[in-house]
Design a protein around this ligand. Structure first.
Ligand SMILES: Nc1ncnc2c1ncn2[C@@H]1O[C@H](COP(=O)(O)OP(=O)(O)OP(=O)(O)O)[C@@H](O)[C@H]1O
Length: 320
């Protein structure tokens, strides 16, 4: 659905040249929900604006829904929807009227526009709100109206710029549910930027991490977590914690063991694979495990490590 090749954008400013996007290559397949992550100023919005034909690249190209971004920009626009962070709704308009107007702007007759408005209103659960004036809606409700506007022409591909920024947890999960349904029930491909790593983890099949204008990682949240960060097993033992730490530290899959009172923190790969081994070792040394807990790495760990916000011994391997 998206194939970006060497996309780059340099802005000319009074202070000099700003390389916002430094040559990105990536693919988004039909039916995927892909998250675009990166720290402030990494180049997310610039890349999105290029892909949605709002900004010309300095170099590189892309194919969007089978159309060439540069040669067939008008055709690209018929296949995509874009919901910017600011949204596109008119605050003083009632919901249905704004959606019908948007459909008319896409060239639909009044009857077609009204029928399509009813479809997207139902799709986004806006039936009860259809006659309300947009400025009276909550942030989450308004975000769904913005999405309805972006979907009015039934695009194959929807770009969402930080779809749940500043929403409360409940509104966020409602928006997530609608994004999932868009993909599951309508086959829409979704490319979204987000600052929320839990959003990427919960919602996205794959994430792209961009930093300083370059894509530095591209994989499923699960694979990224497995590649970058260790699991931690916390084991509470009944005495002889130092001897237990020596025993466990000798296991080849164990990266590090630290001791705090009677609790061992075991940093390792594949906790579930080695847990039984570790418990057997302790048992044969007559050390009882009182309790244990497995702590999984989060996508935050991946992000902080990959964007060099936190040093990690294995980061270089993933960068390579
Ligand atoms: N029109 C412009 N003129 C000059 N520099 C720009 C322009 N637009 C963006 N930039 C610069 O390009 C870089 C990337 O900006 P961009 O908005 O794409 O980042 P972002 O990843 O979307 O950041 P954020 O998460 O803060 O929205 C930044 O250094 C920004 O200051």
């Amino acid at each position: 659905m998206i194939q970006a090749k060497g996309l780059a954008k340099t802005f000319q400013t009074k202070q000099g040249r700003v390389k916002a996007v430094a040559g990105v290559d990536f693919t988004v397949n039909a039916g995927e929900i892909v998250g675009f992550l990166g720290p402030n100023g990494a180049g997310k919005t610039t890349t999105m604006r290029i892909l949605t034909t709002l900004l010309g690249p300095s170099s590189g190209t892309a194919t969007i829904a089978g159309c060439d971004l540069l040669q067939e920009a008008a055709k690209v626009r018929t296949h995509i929807g874009y919901v910017s962070q600011a949204g596109g709704s008119k605050p003083s308009s009632p919901v249905r009227r704004d959606i019908v107007l948007q459909a008319r702007l896409y060239g639909m007759s009044r009857a077609e526009a009204e029928s399509r408005a009813n479809e997207v209103i139902a799709q986004l659960g806006l039936e009860e709100l259809a006659d309300r004036v947009i400025q009276t809606l909550s942030g989450g409700q308004r975000r769904r109206v913005d999405m309805a506007l972006g979907l009015v022409h039934a695009p194959k591909l929807l770009f969402l710029d930080e779809p749940t920024a500043n929403l409360d947890p409940e509104s966020r999960s409602v928006v997530w549910e609608h994004i999932r349904r868009l993909r599951d029930e309508h086959g829409t491909t979704v490319f979204l930027s987000t600052h929320y790593l839990d959003e990427a983890d919960n919602l996205c099949d794959r994430v792209l991490i961009i930093d300083k204008g370059r894509i530095i990682a591209e994989d499923s949240p699960q694979n990224l977590k497995a590649a970058i960060a260790h699991d931690t097993i916390e084991i509470e033992v009944d005495g002889e914690a130092a001897r237990a730490a020596d025993l466990i530290g000798a296991h080849e899959e164990v990266h590090d063991v630290s001791v705090n009172g009677s609790v061992l923190s075991v940093s390792c790969r594949g906790a579930e694979r080695i847990l039984a081994d570790l418990l057997r070792e302790l048992e044969s040394a007559h050390i009882r495990a009182e309790s244990l807990r497995v702590v999984r790495p989060s996508l935050d760990d991946v992000f902080l490590t990959m964007t060099d916000r936190r040093p990690q011994p294995d980061a270089a391997a993933v960068h390579a």
